[in-house]
Design a protein around this ligand. Structure first.
Ligand code: CTP
Ligand code: MG
Length: 223
């Protein structure tokens, strides 16, 4: 089945701060968004559609340079609104077999993760990359709260892979408030989401320190 990547880049990056939303910042001479796009293309995804904020057209064009991509779709105030608008627009253009929904704020993407996701889609309607949690978890506070058992918990990354019609339908039915990813939207609609191994390098850039670490990694050619 044909696979489309929907890359959401409409956020403002409030936790990272700085002059530009993080996905439009330069990381070793290339925007974070362009890194994400290049990795998807290298993993064999031929159709890549980006969703941007209504006021981000100039930033988008500066960030993607001469990449030959379809015009960006305008997103919404919450991530799930941005995804929903992207899926609706793709549906109006005929949809796809599979869709990979990905955060623009993740500049590194091993192609093996994409392969695992697409393999999982041959037997499942949905799949997401997950990682175990190594640190102790505890309730936050100026004085540390109780530890929370980490047994049975995982961190969930993107890209997340779906049969297109299934996730479109799930997003149209979602009404439970804010969703930080699409696997939870899928599950709310009753879809089973296969868990495949994620990768530490796929980490989302959220805080300034994440950006600094990504720069250091590129400077030492560890990717
Ligand atoms: N995103 C989006 N539309 C929104 C909010 C987020 O397309 N209304 C995108 C972001 O651009 C990012 C991804 O969803 O690529 C993951 O979101 P997050 O890391 O939370 O980014 P921001 O929302 O921009 O950052 P913050 O929450 O710190 O403001
Ligand atoms: Mg956010």
């Amino acid at each position: 089945a044909q696979t489309i990547a929907l890359v959401v880049a409409a956020g403002s990056g409030s936790r990272m701060g700085g002059d530009l939303p993080k996905q439009y910042r330069q990381l070793a001479g290339k925007s974070v968004l362009a890194h994400a796009i290049d990795h998807l293309a290298a993993a064999g995804v031929g159709h890549i559609q980006v969703v941007i904020g209504p006021d981000q057209e100039a930033l988008y064009h500066a960030a993607v340079g001469d990449h030959d991509l379809p015009s960006p779709i305008l997103g919404g105030a919450l991530r799930q609104h941005s995804v929903r608008r992207g899926l609706d627009m793709l549906a109006s253009q005929g949809g796809a077999g599979n869709v990979l929904i990905h955060d623009a704020a993740r500049p590194f993407l091993p192609k093996e993760v994409v392969a695992r996701l697409l393999t999982a889609l041959t037997t499942s309607q949905a799949a997401a990359p997950v990682l175990a949690i190594a640190d102790t978890l505890a309730r936050a506070g100026a004085a540390l709260g109780d530890a929370v058992p980490r047994d049975g918990l995982v961190r969930v990354q993107t890209p997340q892979a779906f049969h297109f019609e299934a996730i479109l339908d799930a997003h149209r039915r979602w009404q439970s408030g804010e969703a930080t990813d699409d696997a939870q939207v899928a599950r709310a609609a009753g879809l089973e989401v296969a868990a495949v191994p994620g990768d530490a390098i796929l980490e989302k850039l959220t805080y300034e320190e994440d950006f600094v670490r990504a720069e250091a990694r590129l400077a030492t050619h560890l990717t």
